[in-house]
Design a protein around this ligand. Structure first.
Ligand code: FNR
Length: 364
């Protein structure tokens, strides 16, 4: 029988996972007041039954004004812990691990629910004032943010840390900071959105300051035996400007030093003028570069990884330590079970579902 890296147990930091398949965080816009409900239990529970090693829950706001939309999950209040705890319990019972993606949308906050409109949600329609490093909107039809004061910036690390503490109480096994896709922490990294002239803008050191302060604050409360991930956009995809791969590699070294276990390598989402060539595995080269040049950091590849063969091959080639799948998982929450079938491996690590599906010799 072939040996699969994809479906073999693996360590992320000090956490043992049943395999290297991660469900990529995906907003479901289905919460009210940031609270998880039965939808989220069924949705994320399905991935546990499907055999994923790590299930990363969607962007979860650390403050109410950090929500992308009124339907986002939140962890800014203690009452939000309980419903998430049901989900982590369920995931654990079926052999999976659960991670939370902690997020603040910054200038991309206060937008419509998908299908209910585009761009800014007006205050009259339930929207709110948005905050950003500089008073620059993401797009003309997006909210026009207010430049954050130094006091407001100083509060951010503590907001993430408080949410991380609640995530631990909810039973999460991993925490990911969302510093990608043009949200607040990415807005500080990129000179296209950060035009501050104080200690938080200008040089690489200044632009990375808030993320590093946030990582330090979170690592202080997030247990050392549980992995901390940071999702970044490796490039803004703006020729000759913005955040890019070289800065990402430099950042990876700093993050590893601060105790970040995994860099989850995505791209784009910051600038309207981005020019992306999208195709199968299109972001994998960024993960490969970070991994090759930052041996002390594990990496996760994401972006149009769709088939078991693609995922297995990129792991075998050493391009990443873990794969994250988004839309393929929405289409088929049992993707790992199907991958086991297609790769012809006996997934000792998968649940009973696997045996019933004929992937393993069933020993009752
Ligand atoms: C996303 N994506 C995303 N990314 C993230 O870091 N936090 C999030 O909350 C979301 N939300 C989200 C919702 C939906 C409906 C989609 C389709 C995507 C991006 C996602 O995690 C992933 O990086 C991309 O979809 C690319 O991977 P796939 O889908 O090609 O496997």
């Amino acid at each position: 029988e072939p040996v699969s890296l994809l479906l073999s147990p693996a360590r992320m930091g000090r956490l043992e996972l049943r395999n290297r398949v991660t469900v990529s965080p995906m907003c479901m816009y289905s919460a009210k007041n940031g609270l998880a409900n039965d939808f989220h239990l069924a949705h994320y529970g399905a991935f546990a039954l499907g055999g994923a090693g790590l299930i990363l829950l969607e962007a979860t706001a650390v403050t109410p004004e950090g929500r992308i939309s009124p339907g986002d999950l939140g962890l800014w209040a203690d009452e939000q812990i309980g419903p998430l705890g049901h989900i982590t319990d369920f995931v654990h019972r079926f052999g999976g691990k659960a991670g939370i993606q902690l997020a603040h949308a910054g200038r991309k906050a206060s937008t419509h629910l998908p299908g209910k409109g585009q761009g800014a949600l007006s205050v009259a329609a339930g929207g709110w004032e948005t905050l950003a490093p500089s008073a620059l909107p993401y797009a003309a039809h997006y909210p026009h943010p207010r430049e954050m004061t130094l006091e407001e910036i100083a509060a951010v690390p503590g907001q993430f840390a408080a949410a991380a503490r609640r995530a631990e109480m909810a039973g999460f096994d991993a925490a990911e900071l969302h510093a990608a896709h043009g949200y607040l922490l990415h807005q500080f990294l990129s000179p296209l959105s950060n035009q501050r002239t104080d200690a938080y803008g200008g040089s690489f050191e200044n632009r990375t300051r808030l993320l590093l302060e946030t990582v330090r604050a979170v690592r202080e409360v997030w247990p050392m035996h549980l992995p901390l991930l940071v999702r970044i956009s490796a490039t803004d995809w703006v020729e000759g400007a913005g955040w890019d791969l070289e800065q990402s590699v430099a950042l990876a070294r700093l993050l590893a030093y601060e105790g970040v276990d995994v860099m989850d390598v995505s791209s784009g989402g910051l600038a309207q003028e981005q020019r992306i060539t999208v195709g199968p595995l299109y972001q994998v080269p960024f993960a490969r570069e970070v991994r090759a040049r930052t041996p002390e950091m594990q990496t996760m590849a994401v972006g149009l990884i769709e088939t078991a063969d693609q995922a297995e091959a990129l792991l075998q080639e050493g391009q990443a330590d873990f794969v994250a799948l988004g839309r393929a998982m929405l289409r088929d929450p049992h993707w790992p079970q199907r991958a086991a079938h297609e790769l012809g491996v006996t997934p000792g690590c998968l649940s009973r579902m696997s045996a019933l599906a004929g992937n393993a010799s069933f020993m009752p």
